[in-house]
Design a protein around this ligand. Sequence first.
Ligand code: NOJ
Length: 587
Amino acid sequence: MTQTGVDHVPNPNTRPEAGGFDSADWWRQAVVYQIYPRSFHDADGDGLGDLRGVTEKADYLKDLGIDAVWLSPFYPSQLADGGYDVDDYRDVDPRLGSLDDFDAMVHALHGRRIKVVVDIVPNHSSNLHRWFREAVAAGPGSLERDRYIFRDGRGESGELPPSDWQSVFGGPAWTRVTEPDGAPGQWYMHIFASEQPDWNWDNPDVHQEFLDTIRFWADRGVDGFRIDVAHALAKDLGEELVDSHALPNEFEEFGTHPFWDRDEVHDIYAEWRRAFNEYDPPRTAVAEAWVHPDRLARYASPDGLGQAFSFDLLEVPFTAENFRRAITKNLDEARRSGASSTWVLSNHDVVRHPTRYGLDLDTLLERLEERPLTPSGGTDLSVAAKQWLLLGSPEDLLDRDRGLRRARAAELLVLALPGSAYIYQGSELGLYEVVEIDDDQRQDPSFFRNPGKDQGRDGCRVPLPWERTAQDFGFGGPAHLPQPEWFAGHAADAELSDPGSTLNMYRSALAARREMQAAEELEWGPLNGGDVVHIVRPDGWESITNFGSDPLELPEGGVVVVSSQPLQSSLLPPETTVWLRHRTGGR
Ligand code: NOJ
């Protein structure tokens, strides 16, 4: 037995087929790379990333070592919300390519044994969707209007919105239309921007539209779906709409809110599951559902979507205790739902994690009027980081080196965990949030609808730097959001030639991960506790993260596979993760 207590050492050089590309449960342990298509790579030079751009980078993705890509929406859209306002669910935005380009991309990725996941946006369409235009044209009480949520206004002539509900992006959740006869008319509901009218899921046409959409993409070879705001579809608005202060708290009074996390939403996913299971292998789905932890398992159930994002690691500050708690909780949830865990450090909606982790949180909290809290009462780092942007991104509160050091340690820890890991494009390059964006260059509706209260999400959506010295850092066209000069040091070509780069750390880690055995469980290692997170996988691989500020003596007997910083002989530096493997007998 080694010092770390690992006595079972399987052959580390085999990758079991279970969980591999050809198996039905490929998703359980998959590393999924999120592509935000407009900002990934621009093949036709028009300044917007496109599907051919993804195809051109297929080898990059393969060499990175991921198992799947998830593409944020690439459908026709006026981009009122970065593509999450869909005009047509079964086509490609002409600026991003064509269905033929889509097929070519799937072919290129599948040829490299990379699965393809696309985004489904079922809570709302865009106001340019054919059915919404028909609904407005057809007038009150029509079948067409019933596909969306229209209500008469309050006040003498309906001039007041049906309720005072606010949209997630700020401003009212209702917008008034002009009726076909030119008179001011009814109001439609939109939880998000006014260009995103909510579907009425009590209408059978809406059900059919989405079943058709799922089959359309599944028939084209799509392997899985990411479901946008999965907890909002089912609604029971009642006759009398209550004021927002009288709305139930969806995190405490379960299933009673008129639109968040109602129990009936699961009937929709049971219907979808039957459609997913028509395919061999069954198509997969992952829910974006911001619900109470006790309610998440239902979204992830095998009768429903099958998997749900856990967002804990977007919210919690970088401490051993926070990570230990999140790991325990998520593995418990996965056990309850029968799904596998999901680990997410960044996505297109939050401040990038090297910036979040570099913030001087104590001083920042002192400068904020209100302490941002998670539902469980801890500090919400993701909200705090947004507040930092609002303060004008003061550099004196950001230690970039520390942020990246911690980000690398966190990613390596996450990649050692059972379950699937989601990597947002640019994380592998160690990109920070871009703060150098003028107000007139911004695109995000949460910035425009919340003047002075939200800087928006553009800073994590800036086109990627591919080549250090090329025009637009090799993005391929004039970048639609400004790329800062410091991108040069993070360009993919620069990082590839630097053995200590973040990109090379990801590549080494993902290559090593392929040798791990699929696992759904872990054990805590003997060093676990205090500032150290020490996990032991069933195959004997270990991951040790030193969250503290003093170096840590590593146990003897392990072979270092990869580390997030260079080791100082047998010492694990502060804010560093190392993976260890044990030699098999006779080697
Ligand atoms: C969640 C998506 O991740 C976000 O980008 C979008 O703005 C909203 N849903 C609305 O679709």
